[in-house]
Design a protein around this ligand. Structure first.
Ligand code: AMP
Ligand code: MG
Length: 496
């Protein structure tokens, strides 16, 4: 499509989803916006995706990443899905405010979706306006890029555009569009959509497509769909273990927000924990703590069980047998999760070997952190300073320093057998314990400057720090510490 006299940039689109999965989407156009303005652009990611350098100019970028100008080769479509939302099944969801432009193969040979979020109504919008507000768009940009820098599988943010239009939420807010990059947008809920309608051939088609796209290594497996379930379970178990290792709380782990590729997707009311409390919930709508920090591994398995249900008929024609195999695979997923979690926690406290007593050592530290309400991120970051001769940095974080001394003695006796030089162990610990996470007060400061004052500077500064989360710079100290404690705790909102 050509508009506004621009030469349309070429994206190297190759749209397998549109081509292979008839009935899984509807073609749909973006609704044009009045005054698009590119406010954030991820050049390194655009290069990785092999996108035309012409989009780097703010005028063309504004038009493309708002949906006003559709690049050649794009086939915009809204995908269907269903999903369990806070435990309740909705059989008809789908992209209500997002459009898949198409797929490109990146520099590493990985196929990636390019999706606009906030690009106007689709047939799946229900009562929604199809739009997104600037605050949530910037939150997703910031947190997803930070997760990538932290080494956590995630969708990425390519661009953010303000629309020049207001969106009505509880109050009127500036509208924006996020361009999101994902390994795919296939969700557990996509399987549920067809399963709920008894369309087993569609479930199988989707499984075949997902295997080709995400898990080609299982192609020769005897029971292909059981192997598929195990592969998804493995990827999601790894993902949630990484969330737990860094204190990330997704906030809305509904089955429509769980990607079969194992990437973090659909950043809504997400936030990082400051002081350690297993029951931390930030989302204003999560009244019963369904998606509280410590409940995330439980919900991982609950969600995987919903995926398993959709696969029963294609795993085996004997239902009892299929259920038995899938149940065993689900139990394996629980063990896998525990193993990934333990592997991550061992690295965090600097262990290179494995001992049966390690879970106890780790859990004792967590219990003490919970009792003393210490900052989750800082404890692990300051612990290596003990090896550099300064124990006070970490000790001072504990309201019960002598109890921490006891733990430290156990830790010393555990590590002394490994024969690793203190400075080497300390450097390894620094490499897996971030000094910087998106501190809630800093995120709020950046978003309100952008939304209320049209000032992107705090956002840009925060993003720059978050992109190097393991490196400590003396100038950045204010980014590293938690903000003042709020009387009623910190609350996040879906922003839809
Ligand atoms: P989310 O809570 O963002 O995961 O969205 C849940 C469902 O609601 C998805 O099907 C979205 O497409 C849809 N949705 C969320 N916000 C809007 C909106 N503003 N307009 C239309 N649909 C929306
Ligand atoms: Mg969603």
């Amino acid at each position: 499509m050509q508009r506004l006299g621009h030469t349309c940039p070429k994206f190297p689109f190759d749209n397998t989803f549109a081509r292979s999965l008839n009935g899984f989407y509807v073609f749909c156009n973006a609704a044009p916006v009045v005054a698009p303005k590119l406010i954030q652009f991820n050049k390194p990611l655009a290069d990785e995706l092999g996108l035309d350098a012409a989009i780097n100019t703010s005028q063309i970028g504004s038009e493309i990443f708002s949906g006003n100008l559709i690049p050649d080769g794009a086939e915009p479509l809204a995908q269907v899905y269903a999903g369990h939302q806070f435990g309740h099944f909705t059989s008809q969801l789908g992209d209500g405010r997002a459009l898949l432009l198409g797929e490109v193969v990146d520099a590493q040979g990985h196929r990636r979706d390019i999706q606009l979020k906030g690009s106007g109504p689709t047939p799946f919008s229900r009562n929604g306006d199809g739009r997104a507000a600037l605050g949530p768009v910037l939150r997703e940009y910031l947190v997803s890029e930070c997760m990538h820098a932290l080494g956590v599988p995630t969708t990425r943010a390519l661009a953010a555009v303000t629309t020049g239009e207001m969106v009505k939420r509880q109050i009127s807010l500036p509208g924006a569009v996020l361009t999101r990059i994902a390994a795919s947008h296939i969700r557990i809920g996509t399987f549920q959509y067809f399963s709920a309608r008894g369309k087993l051939n569609k479930v199988q088609e989707l499984a075949d497509y997902s295997i080709t796209r995400h898990y080609p290594h299982i192609a020769g497996e005897k029971n292909l769909y059981l192997a598929f379930f195990k592969a998804v379970a493995d990827a999601q178990a790894f993902l949630i273990s990484r969330w737990m290792n860094i204190g990330f709380i997704h906030g809305v782990m509904n089955t429509d927000n769980m990607s079969v590729s194992g990437e973090t997707i659909d950043y809504g009311p997400c936030a990082f924990m400051d002081k350690y409390s297993a029951h931390t919930v930030f989302s204003s709508i999560d009244h019963h703590g369904r998606y509280a920090y410590a409940n995330q591994p439980v919900m991982l398995l609950w969600n995987l069980a919903r995926l398993a249900e959709t696969l029963i008929p294609i795993v085996d024609s004997n239902e009892d047998r299929a259920v038995r195999w899938l149940t065993e695979a689900l139990e394996e997923a629980q063990s896998l999760y525990s193993a990934y979690w333990l592997q991550g926690m061992r690295a965090k406290i600097g262990l290179s070997t494995e001992r049966p007593s390690d879970p106890r050592l780790i859990n004792d530290l967590l219990a003490l952190m919970e009792e003393c309400q210490t900052d989750f991120t800082l404890v692990f970051r300051q612990l290596p300073h003990v090896l550099r001769g300064d124990s006070n940095k970490v000790r001072d974080l504990f309201a019960k320093p002598t109890a921490f001394d006891d733990w430290l003695r156990c830790w010393h006796s555990r590590i002394k057998h490994e024969g690793i030089k203190p400075e080497i162990r300390a450097a390894r610990m620094d490499a897996c314990n971030p000094i910087c996470i998106p501190r809630n007060h800093k995120v709020e400061e950046a978003l309100s400057a952008a939304v209320d004052r049209n000032d992107m500077k705090p956002f840009t500064n925060l993003l720059a720090v978050l992109l190097r989360p393991f490196e400590e710079f003396s100038d950045n100290q204010t980014y590293y510490v938690p903000g003042p404690e709020l009387k009623d705790g910190y609350q996040t909102f879906c922003g839809t």
